[in-house]
Design a protein around this ligand. Structure first.
Ligand SMILES: [Zn+2]
Length: 115
């Protein structure tokens, strides 16, 4: 079996590299903005904020909506419950509508408080 050729800078490779570059700074910013004590108070007031919703589209590379983080790329502020997302919210990874999302699990109070 001949060795695999190096990545020929196909469209997919370029897309993935761009995606990785785009995600890294956003993730760091979201982390810096987190306020665990405030999150715990927000969850106590609205338990829906502890829900993690996963995109269930078959062709999705994988995306979980975290209400405490929101979705900055789509101007969704932190602490926006999944149920309060705008009707045109779409999975940032594959573009699926919210109907494709399934409740993954709920954060435990310990997790919310900074774990
Ligand atoms: Zn998706």
């Amino acid at each position: 079996m001949p060795p695999l050729p190096p990545c020929p800078a196909s469209r997919r490779c370029v897309l993935l590299a761009g995606l990785a570059a785009a995600l890294a700074p956003a993730g760091a910013a979201a982390e810096a903005r987190r306020d665990p004590a405030g999150d715990a108070v927000a969850v106590a007031a609205d338990p829906r904020l502890a829900e993690l919703w996963r995109c269930g589209a078959p062709d999705c590379p994988g995306y979980t909506y975290d209400p405490l983080a929101g979705e900055p790329e789509q101007d969704i502020p932190a602490r926006t419950a999944f149920q309060d997302l705008p009707w045109d919210f779409a999975c940032p990874r594959c573009g699926a509508a919210t109907e494709e999302f399934r409740l993954l699990r709920k954060r435990s109070p310990e997790e919310t408080a900074g774990g």
